[in-house]
Design a protein around this ligand. Structure first.
Ligand SMILES: Nc1ncnc2c1ncn2[C@@H]1O[C@H](COP(=O)(O)OP(=O)(O)OP(=O)(O)O)[C@@H](O)[C@H]1O
Ligand SMILES: [Mg+2]
Length: 495
């Protein structure tokens, strides 16, 4: 290899300047020095030229330098040009390969050309201008090729990242809205899960009914994400939250100018959810006009944007929810009967929490864990008395109310280790009005000890209130004052 000898720093500086000026490296391989020099003379002004006297030497250069194109002589003692180019393919397949042939070594040349091993062969003797042109064209094509390869690779990588991200996000939502996020071991909830599982695999319209906070939202999402539509969108609309026209535009979309303020065309949620699921929450709140339009979607799968004369087909699975007694609404003619029947192809009635009190401890601990994590607390659990209160409370706000109650307790806990009665909110601490003595409001499945404790609490509270002192209360209750004191401590009754 003949490279000019220069002091190191100069060499680097020179190389840099050269690299800037001539972006492409060209490697010339020939055992004849004269040929190398002649080619260098032809190409050296426009490219960075490396020279090697044999195949092995050429490979060394190839490993070390950025080489875009090689020109190798076919006839060389150690390694033929074609053999050398084969090795180039192995090491740097992108490199453009040209072969220099003195006399027609036809068979190997033809084979090399046919196999796509070489881009072009240069016949000796060559026209310098032709060689220059050949090299230039080859490099332009190469630049385009590598740029495309690079772009394609970038694109593929970006796509892959996006795909992975999507998969991850989907897993996240699927996890977040999975069945296992819905707690409940009571037979009532197990029945809900059974129906959910079956219905998730179908396109059947589902009507979810249940009091506020029973988990209708949660169930709707879980049904969507457990089914074949999970890759498509789940969109939710609260039908009670908007006046009729706005709701109509939300759901069905509108044309520009359809009403004051409709500045541009807008896609409705039914179209957004195409292929997926739409969740119509508080369906019982809809006006008669909206009920007719919903009926049309359910019957024909068609929507018509506001202000448009065209209808459009949509493929959307409908899950509706209501916390009203829809049957009663139908009877009093506030809800269309035909729509009701279309909606309740499958009805899932989620029982109120007070009808499945055995789920309370599991839910309470679940919310405690969540609140601990969120507020960086480490409460270990509930005192017996606190849990008794939770079990006895009527929970008109259902699971949501319980969740809020637990969050509140954790927020107030300071450095307490457990949630005790005094961390509960007022109406839970003094549950008397809701459960007067003798009429203690508890499920029949209630644990006996808990029921007795609750009864004791209520009797003690009542006695103290009515007699005005602990001594007289103890008398009234027929127990020693010390026993009352101890009992109150255990039952977490404050003085
Ligand atoms: N079975 C359950 N397991 C765990 N969390 C639950 C369960 N049921 C409800 N929740 C939680 O309780 C809260 C209320 O649930 P959700 O919003 O689904 O109720 P909803 O029936 O839609 O109420 P509303 O009628 O007021 O809209 C949510 O934070 C939800 O995660
Ligand atoms: Mg809801």
């Amino acid at each position: 290899m003949n490279q000019p000898q220069q002091p190191a720093s100069d060499a680097i500086e020179g190389a840099r300047r050269e690299a800037d000026a001539h972006p492409y490296g060209i490697l010339l391989v020939d055992d004849e020095e004269a040929i190398l020099e002649s080619l260098e003379f032809t190409l050296g002004d426009d490219y960075r030229v490396f020279k090697a006297n044999s195949g092995p030497e050429g490979l060394e250069v190839l490993d070390r330098e950025e080489v875009a194109l090689v020109i190798a002589d076919q006839v060389m003692p150690e390694m033929s040009g074609v053999e050398f180019l084969e090795k180039v393919i192995e090491r740097k397949p992108q490199t453009i390969r040209m072969l220099l042939t003195g006399y027609a070594d036809m068979p190997s040349l033809v084979r090399a050309i046919n196999d796509g091993r070489i881009y072009r062969y240069i016949q000796k003797p060559w026209e310098p201008e032709e060689v220059r042109l050949d090299v230039k064209r080859a490099l332009e094509a190469w630049a385009l090729g590598t740029e495309n390869v690079q772009l394609a690779a970038n694109l593929a990588a970006a796509n892959e990242r996006l795909r992975a991200e999507n998969v991850y996000l989907r897993q996240e939502v699927t996890r977040k809205y999975g069945f296992d996020q819905i707690l409940g071991s009571t037979p009532a909830m197990q029945r809900v899960f059974e129906v959910m599982e079956k219905v998730a695999q179908t396109d059947a319209t589902v009507l979810l009914s249940g009091e506020t906070g029973t988990g209708k939202d949660l169930v709707a999402r879980a049904v969507h994400y457990a089914g074949p539509r999970r890759e498509k969108r789940f969109v939710a609309q609260n039908c009670g939250a908007l006046p009729d026209t706005l709701l109509e535009s939300e759901l069905f979309g509108h044309k520009r100018g359809a009403f004051t303020g409709a500045h541009a065309d807008k896609k409705g949620l039914f179209e957004v959810a195409h292929g997926g699921t739409i969740f119509l929450d508080e369906i019982g709140e809809t006006e008669p006009g909206m009920q007719v339009r919903l009926l049309r979607v359910l019957q024909d799968g068609e929507i018509r944007p506001l202000g448009s004369s065209e209808t459009r087909k949509v493929d959307v699975r409908i899950i509706a929810a209501t916390n009203r007694e829809l049957q009663a609404e139908v009877e009093s003619a506030r809800f269309r009967e035909d729509l009701y029947y279309r909606l309740r192809v499958v009805e899932i009635a989620i029982p109120p929490l007070r009808e499945r009190r055995e789920d309370i401890p599991e839910l309470a601990h679940h919310f405690l864990d969540a609140a601990n994590e969120k507020m960086r607390r480490n409460l270990k659990g509930f005192t017996n008395a606190a849990m008794d209160r939770l079990m006895a409370h009527p929970w008109s706000g259902n699971v949501r109310e319980l969740e809020n109650e637990v969050q509140r307790a954790v927020a107030l806990a300071g450095d307490a280790e457990t949630v005790s009665v005094d961390l509960l909110s007022e109406h839970l601490r003094g549950a008397r009005a809701e459960a007067p003595v003798g009429g203690i409001e508890m499920g029949v499945e209630q644990d006996l000890n808990r029921a007795v404790d609750e009864l004791k609490r209520q009797m003690i509270r009542q006695a103290i209130e009515e007699t005005g002192s602990k001594t007289r209360a103890a008398e009234r209750l027929g127990i020693p004052r010390q026993s009352l004191q101890k009992m109150m401590k255990r039952l977490e009754l404050n003085d």
